[in-house]
Write a new protein. Structure first.
Lengths: 168, 327
């Protein structure tokens, strides 16, 4: 069991981390999200490994963990504290936020809206599939996406043409 | 529209490369998995541990009191009344835990130790300051941990302890008193001698665990289960401890940021702006503070309605020791 699990994490873990990072917009939280899901998966790996696509199962688990407010203790809280490489230095995400307006705006979106955008524009999933993942109807997915895009568009207009926005 | 979507797609693809590195993830998962397995085993039959120290004068609204009279003795759970339907909100009296030893001086290469209550166990942790992540963590509980059943016999503080090594860490445990066991877990790169050096330098006295919040009102029948600079979480009296904290618990945490759920309702929380929404049978209230968001999760089993939750939220006070967390 352990070998299969370790192999999976080594070969596919980076993709899970990317997905979690785009959802959370924060490297620490992304690490914790993935770790939390993998810790639980580790216990049941015999079962998960038999699924056709274990990675899809884990992505869904990451998404649900992200959408759930009901957090669990993070690794950095329960075992010890932040390893130095996480605690020190400037977070590349912070640098990215400074240099990329769109990324900065994404961070301000409600969690569900952001998740819908990541699933639609990074994972390229159709709305029906997104609906199944986040637990709502396809129509609601479209509403979330519409509101999120409208908010991004309005914010981009405001920041790019402040004088026009002021007169709007 | 098209421009925004294209830019969004490009931004996500671009930033995916900034994701955290894979290095260390596997060992973190194994460590955490092992820790939980031990916790699940060790928690069987464990009663709540609460060690008292002297009260700090935080006023009548104080939730947590300190009593120095019995610094190293486990006390009864602070409250014993089972939760009832429609639990009344009352001025709470809950005893704060402390780590029941004076902290040993930090070993060379390690930062000042930090304390927290984790799953009911007072915990003290040293984390390395160098490039290599190393840690030494001590947790105190009132029943024998699983590590007390086998291992190499070693002399610890004039007693006989048991030590063993695992793939990612070393474990040492010993019985300090009739109802007091200590489990020490360190990175495998930390020598057993270094672990013993820390234990030998634990002093008489206590090390405080910072209290982040005070409360005017709380439901009766709660037991403090977790506490750190950003969170206080209470399980219902009579409910077993679980390694999966915060689930089914009344949890108050301070976040760096937060957002309103799509279905959230705007409310006034004692003059502060907030949003409330339900998640299943739970109610979640977010209160916006200057530079942070106070989030309060109330499990449905407490049977509080929205008005109660808002009253509860209005009586939460962020203390100087609080530090916003992420997520």
């Amino acid at each position: 069991m352990a070998d299969g699990f370790d192999e999976f994490v080594v070969s596919r873990g980076h993709l899970l981390l990317r997905f979690a990072y785009l959802l959370a917009g924060d490297r620490h939280l992304a690490h914790d999200l993935v770790q939390e899901v993998l810790v639980r998966a580790h216990r049941r790996w015999d079962h998960i490994e038999r699924l056709d696509v274990p990675e899809a199962y884990l992505r869904k688990a990451i998404l649900r963990e992200y959408l759930s407010w009901r957090r669990r203790r993070s690794s950095t809280e329960i075992v010890v504290a932040d390893p130095p490489d996480r605690a020190a230095g400037i977070d590349p995400a912070d640098r990215a936020a400074d240099r990329d307006e769109m990324w900065s705006l994404l961070v301000t979106l409600p969690r569900m809206q952001r998740a819908v955008l990541v699933l639609r524009y990074y994972e390229d999933l159709p709305d029906g599939e997104i609906a199944g993942l986040v637990g709502c109807s396809a129509g609601t997915v479209r509403v979330h996406a519409f509101r999120a895009l409208a908010r991004l568009r309005a914010s981009l207009v405001e920041t790019s043409t402040p004088s026009e926005a002021n007169h709007a | 529209m098209h421009d925004v979507e294209s830019r969004l797609r490009a931004t996500l693809a671009d930033h995916a490369g900034d994701a955290p590195p894979l290095a260390g993830l596997l060992s973190d998962v194994h460590q955490q998995s092992h820790r939980r397995r031990r916790l699940r085993t060790g928690l069987a039959g464990t009663a709540a541990l609460a060690v008292a120290v002297l009260a700090a004068a935080l006023g009548p609204r104080l939730l947590v009191t300190h009593d120095a009279a019995s610094p190293a003795r486990p006390a009864a759970p602070p409250t014993t009344h089972p939760p009832v339907a429609g639990s009344a909100l009352v001025p709470p009296k809950i005893t704060a835990p402390v780590f029941p030893f004076a902290a040993a001086p930090r070993p060379s290469g390690f930062a000042r130790p930090t304390t927290r209550l984790a799953g009911g166990a007072p915990t003290l942790a040293y984390v390395s300051t160098g490039a290599r992540p190393e840690s030494i963590t001590l947790a105190v509980q009132d029943t024998a941990p699983p590590c007390a059943s086998a291992g190499d016999r070693v002399a610890v503080r004039g007693r006989t302890g048991l030590a063993h090594d695992e793939e990612f860490h070393r474990v040492l445990c010993w019985q300090e008193g009739p109802d007091q066991w200590v489990e020490e877990v360190a990175s495998v790169s930390v020598s057993r001698q270094a672990m013993l050096a820390v234990t030998e330098r634990l002093g008489q006295g206590t090390t405080a665990i910072d209290v982040p919040f005070s409360f005017d009102l709380l439901p009766e029948g709660l037991v403090l289960d977790d506490m750190s600079a950003s969170v206080m979480s209470f399980r219902l009296s009579g409910e077993p401890r679980t390694p999966d904290a915060f689930i089914g618990e009344l949890t108050v945490l301070l976040n760096e940021r937060g957002e309103a759920d799509a279905d959230a309702k705007t409310v006034d929380v004692g003059g502060r702006r907030g949003w409330i929404h339900s998640e299943g049978t739970d109610l979640v209230l977010n209160v916006y503070l200057e530079g942070a968001v106070l989030a309060i999760q109330v499990p449905g089993s407490l049977h509080l309605d929205e008005a109660d939750v808002i009253r509860l939220g209005a009586g939460v006070h962020v203390l100087p020791a609080a530090h916003p967390g992420k997520g």
